[in-house]
Ligand binder design. Structure first.
Ligand code: CO
Length: 460
């Protein structure tokens, strides 16, 4: 049996370890080897890579994609997209979602892993539809979490729904790395018996469970897993590619990965990793194993966010109380998966509830919007008293939120005028307005400097 391996070094691995700060020049020299190593796909694009290119790296994310594609012609390129939120956290109208997918496909994207933080599939249907229309691979995502409403039966229902929506494959996305080996086995086994499309599994090494969980998922028949090359693996990143290849082949599975090429890739990234360690961007603490997460069932990013907030407020002595409040808030919210932005929203509300001393005396504006239904449908029952406290029944969003949004693309294009040089620029601006605007200005400036330089040279 063949197990497909997706390499995450260009997206999730560097996002998890070094806050997505890897410039194109750091990996340009290894793209050809990556393309020839036998991977199922190369994950290379997503919200954070896109944002970071514009914000910190002075790179046009679209150009990066084209440059990767120019070298990686054999291996499909893969991206992570938040359905109706495309790359961010707010909902965009359908014209933007469709054009974004089309432009990503035109610029070289092949596999679109599409998710909604609440698993509200109304928020990914337009995205799936457009990806299919572009003739590309639409991978529907199930965000994995544990709660009284997240049963195997519920996950099967989601899998069937995705299949009905026409996805080419399904990914189980365990963003917190909390899915244990038996849970993975049971979930994959159940899905494999009920849906026909291939199933992929995504986890992180954060709790140390990753390789064991992958092994059991493979035993249950999973079609593919996400790994990161060893020098950029482990900790909050993915389990190591070479380790999984070695173990799976020993267990009698094929991976079609070339060990010599993997060695070259690992060697290539060793000095890159060292550079980020030396600069302090790669903090050795993210490389370790966080067993706390297994105890609290709270993602690592959410824990560190809470610790930072409480430390700022000189209230770390209330940490245990705040942690204990998380399950209560989560229950009131109808058990959303603790993925960004829900993880921060739930964490902050739990801290507020504890520090104010009265539950929901202060409710954040994000939680209010969530209670209104702006993020989509909650997995379970939301506390109706809380909803009534914030909104009148006629104010609630019951349909698909994006249906209430006016088309945005042409209007924005007109407003931007000559600042945007392409439809891709307009999309960058819609996704990250301030950051993109700064990027456009810097680009102008750089080019006018180049022009001056050329003229001066001529005069010499
Ligand atoms: Co991930």
């Amino acid at each position: 049996m063949k197990v497909n391996i997706t390499e995450t070094v260009l997206r999730d691995a560097q996002q998890s370890l070094i806050a997505t700060r890897m410039p194109f020049s750091d990996f340009e020299g290894i793209l050809e080897t990556l393309d020839n190593a036998g991977y199922y796909s190369l994950e290379c694009w997503g919200g954070a890579t896109f944002d970071s290119c514009l914000r910190y790296l002075d790179e046009d994310p679209w150009e990066r994609l084209r440059k990767i594609k120019a070298v990686c012609k054999k291996t499909p390129l893969q991206m992570l997209i938040r359905g109706q939120n495309i790359l961010g956290y707010k909902h965009y109208p359908d014209d933007v979602v469709r054009l974004f997918c089309r432009k990503a496909a035109e610029n070289g994207m092949d596999i679109f892993r599409i998710f909604d933080a609440l698993n509200d599939f109304r928020n990914i249907e337009v995205c799936i539809d457009e990806v299919k229309k572009c003739g590309k691979h639409a991978q529907g995502c199930i965000c994995y979490t544990t709660s009284p409403v997240h049963t195997i039966a519920k996950y099967i229902e989601m899998g069937k729904e995705l299949e009905k929506m026409g996805v080419d494959s399904i990914a189980i996305k365990d963003m917190a790395g909390i899915c244990g080996p038996q849970e993975a086995y049971d979930l994959v086994k159940a899905l494999k018996s009920e849906v026909k499309v291939p199933i992929f599994f995504h986890t992180h090494h954060t709790t140390g469970l990753g390789p064991i969980t992958y092994t059991k998922a493979v035993e249950a028949g999973v079609d593919g897993i996400d790994c990161a090359i060893s020098t950029m693996a482990g900790g909050t990143s993915q389990p190591a590619t070479e380790t999984m290849k070695y173990a799976l082949e020993q267990l009698g599975y094929e991976t079609s990965l070339d060990m010599d090429k993997l060695k070259q890739i690992a060697d290539f990234f060793a000095p890159v990793r060292k550079k980020f360690l030396d600069s302090g961007r790669l903090n050795p603490t993210v490389m370790g194993i966080k067993a706390d997460i297994l105890k609290y069932q709270v993602p690592g990013g959410m824990l560190s966010n809470m610790i930072a907030n409480l430390t700022d407020m000189h209230a770390m002595d209330r940490f245990d109380e705040a942690l204990a409040e998380i399950p209560n808030v989560r229950k009131d919210m109808g058990y959303p998966p603790l993925v960004t932005p829900m993880s921060q929203m739930v964490g902050n509300q739990a801290v507020t509830n504890v520090l104010v001393g009265e539950r929901y005396k202060n409710i954040s504006k994000e939680i209010k919007a969530y209670l209104r239904g702006e993020y989509g449908r909650a997995p379970g029952e939301i506390n109706q008293e809380l909803v009534a406290k914030c909104w009148k029944p006629e104010e609630l969003v019951t349909g698909r939120y994006a249906d209430s949004l006016e088309p945005l693309f042409e209007k924005t294009k007109k407003e931007l005028g000559s600042k945007a040089r392409s439809d891709e620029d307009v999309l960058s601006y819609i996704a990250f307005p301030q950051v993109a605007e700064k990027f456009f200005e810097a680009r102008e400036e750089k080019e006018s400097n180049t022009v001056t330089y050329t003229i001066e040279k001529k005069e010499d």
